[in-house]
Write a protein that binds this ligand. Structure first.
Ligand code: SF4
Ligand code: SF4
Length: 499
């Protein structure tokens, strides 16, 4: 059975959607490298997990690559200076989030010298102990560059403990408009394959399967050439279909094994990393370079010159757009600003938002690209059910969530929803289904956090009560003891006087 037939046999023909990919001409343009901007805005939280803690003071001079905020806790990542200059503030800035809320960031005024700090690389990472590689990757602040921004070292170390056998490399880049991974695979295939081999050494996995959608023939050819001679790195074209880049879908297509509903890939001996992450990991281990820049796709009908730009982390989106040629008609036709992809990315309120480690795209959409129709009532067409790659009932789940019946929505599989957006994409009534699911998941985790807080508060109140009672008891006992000692001393004094 050929691979494509196997794919159809495993998943059937109906799941997912085939959005117009809008990847070219951006994908075919050579990468442009953006000069260092005058100011960089570096959020302390650019990753999943605990926010980093600043280790620099306002007024302090730093060199490129220097640690400016350290990781806090088991799941976290440090932040490094993307260029040399002076720290001018640690303050709140607009988060790359639709809410327009703020988050803490370090502001770095660059000095134009772009002077590196000292770096500790390694000529032969294959001689290093996997634990040492994990430490170097953690110290370099490498996070998943596919969008989720999970700290890579945590995943690598976890995989080596879980004794995974297969490394699945995600070169799918299934979201429309984005092409930064495509460009990286075309231009830096040798480095990516080297990074994959270092990942294999670190995790102990026997084989790496690199899934690349078949709408990227140039990337497939470049990666196949780079992997030639390495039997344990196999390049596997997969059909272009959204959400092929979702972890669970890609694993199933490449290995034929399904990740259990409540399970993790490691439960079936698999770990998934993005191809861009492999390149960042290679730079961290071989050259000692922290993650301070990335490739970002600028695209959308309003972008004058769509393409991929190499950008320092912390650069404002408005400066990236200006460097990329600005917006058509000075942005008069602009209907939506998005960071990330159109399906899973985030709308942002304005362009004064910085590129962070997980920013794959800056998209400027016009009204043609953004359907401005108000949602209509559900016509029970069933398209959302057909499109759902997880086999869920999106219309039923959204109805429960509208009534705040979260437990019923969980019963219908809410926790299995991967927020891919396929259901919302195909819905003829334009019902924002995925927004309901993201909202409900947020509500549920807020409730979980509130319960944890309440439990912790109750526990502390009980401990306080115990402490107060113990202190009162000890006070009474100490007073009684003092009284007895005074009485004994008085008796002794009386005896001495009488004698
Ligand atoms: S219900 Fe969730 S997993 Fe299914 S299509 Fe909608 S967003 Fe994707
Ligand atoms: S696709 Fe939209 S209109 Fe059709 S059943 Fe689902 S929610 Fe209803």
């Amino acid at each position: 059975m050929g691979f494509m037939q196997l794919f159809k046999h495993i998943l059937g023909d109906d799941w997912g959607v085939h959005p117009d990919d809008h990847k070219r001409p951006a994908a075919d343009q050579p990468v442009r490298v953006m000069p260092v901007p005058a100011k960089l805005y570096l959020p302390l939280q650019q990753h999943l997990g605990g926010a980093a803690r600043p280790v620099v003071l306002v007024g302090q001079r730093v060199r490129k690559g220097e640690l400016i905020a350290e990781a806090q806790g088991m799941v976290s990542a440090p932040v490094h200076a993307p260029s040399s200059g002076t720290i001018t503030a640690v303050t709140e800035i607009t988060a790359p989030h639709p809410s327009g809320l703020t988050l803490m960031a370090i502001i770095l005024e660059t000095d134009g010298a772009d002077e590196w700090c000292e770096l500790q690389g390694c000529d032969d990472p294959f001689l290093l102990d996997p634990a040492e590689i994990g430490k170097r990757v953690a110290a370099a602040g490498v996070v998943g560059l596919g969008g989720a921004a999970f700290p890579s070292a945590v995943k690598l170390i976890g995989a080596s403990r879980a004794k995974v056998t297969t490394l699945v490399m995600n070169g799918g880049e299934c979201e429309p408009y984005l092409s930064c991974d495509d460009r990286l695979m075309r231009d830096a295939a040798t480095g990516i394959v080297d990074g994959i081999r270092i990942m294999l050494h670190t995790t102990g996995a026997a084989i790496a399967l690199v899934g690349i959608e078949d709408n990227k023939p140039e990337a497939i050819a470049a990666m196949q050439a780079a992997a030639a001679g390495f039997d344990n790195v196999q390049i596997r074209p997969v059909p272009a279909r959204y959400p092929m880049g979702s972890e669970k879908q890609l694993i199933q297509v490449l290995t034929g094994i399904e990740v259990p509903a409540d399970g993790r890939p490691a439960d079936i001996g698999v770990i998934v990393h993005n191809v861009g992450t492999a390149l960042a990991l290679r730079a961290a281990v071989r050259e000692g370079k922290p993650l301070i820049s990335r490739l970002v796709t600028v695209n959308g009908n309003c972008a004058s010159q769509p393409g991929n730009i190499e950008v320092r982390v912390g650069t404002l989106a408005e400066e990236v757009i200006a460097f990329a040629g600005g917006l058509k008609g000075d942005g008069l036709g602009l209907a939506r600003r998005v960071m990330g992809g159109p399906m899973m990315g985030m709308q942002i309120p304005h362009w004064r938002v910085p590129v962070v480690k997980g920013t794959s795209g800056i998209l400027a959409f016009d009204t043609v690209e953004v359907s401005e129709q108000e949602p209509n009532p559900c016509i029970r067409c069933g398209s959302c059910i057909k499109a759902c790659p997880m086999g869920l009932l999106p219309l039923e789940m959204s109805a429960r969530i509208r009534n705040e019946a979260y437990t019923e929505a969980i019963g219908l599989g809410l926790k299995d929803c991967i927020a891919c957006g396929c259901c919302a994409y195909v819905c003829p009534s334009k019902i924002p289904l995925v927004q309901y699911f993201v909202h409900a998941k947020g509500e549920l985790s807020a409730q979980d956090r509130a319960k944890l807080r309440n439990d912790a508060t109750k526990k502390m109140a009980l401990q306080r009560q115990d402490r107060l009672e113990r202190e009162a008891r000890e006070k009474v006992e100490a007073a009684a003891k003092r009284k007895a000692e005074r009485a004994a001393a008085a008796a002794l004094a009386a005896q001495t006087t009488a004698g």
